[in-house]
Design a protein around this ligand. Sequence first.
Ligand code: PRP
Ligand code: ZN
Ligand code: MG
Length: 224
Amino acid sequence: MNNNRLRIAIQKSGRLSKDCQDLLKQLGVKLNLREQRLIAHSTNMPIDVLRVRDDDIPGLVMDGVCDLGIVGENVLVESQAERVGSTQNAEVIKLSKLDFGYCRLALAWPQELGPQDKSWFEGKRIATTYPEILKQYLQRENINASTVMLTGSVEVAPRAGLADAICDLVSTGATLEANGLMQGDTILESKACLIQNANLTDTTKLALIEKLMPRLKGVKQAKE
Ligand code: PRP
Ligand code: ZN
Ligand code: MG
């Protein structure tokens, strides 16, 4: 593998995938994404695109496995909180906020319980993919509740008896609605952002990023 190629991590399949692919196209990066491959080589620029689980993107960029990544701030904040107090590097450079991937991390509980205030959460079990962000919130709000870590299908946890409530991403609200859940407090608002490895020194790669940034600005302005 040619190490001079700029490596960009994007979500393989999920809410951000389509927008990420469109953005790369608008930046003039030609890719053959038809094949279900992990790595797609650009045909017109020294760029390789890695398609991975969104949760893996911050770590890949923090560790320098990828130079750039496009990821939701929610995932970035959670990954950084996970690495606090460890010897692992938790730093990245946030190059730009992007105009897609809007969502909020919110609490939700079974609709049949009706409206509830914060005190209801006392002693409850809350299922989430974002245990660090949730713990910080619970501490801030002085609520004694336990967290149940689930990497997927968080919305079925109350029905399955795994938890009393959930803390999950809400975009359109369709998932909560389909699962009979009522939305409560927003813990974090988020959108997609472009991050860079904090220790990147390769001048060829840095020059390419310098070239892409004004294009990104142009794409963002064109949308306004
Ligand atoms: C989030 C969340 C819900 C869905 C909510 O998942 O976990 O499943 O989006 O969106 P809605 O309000 O529009 O229904 P996400 O797409 O981030 O994927 P992931 O959980 O696989 O990372
Ligand atoms: Zn995910
Ligand atoms: Mg989901």
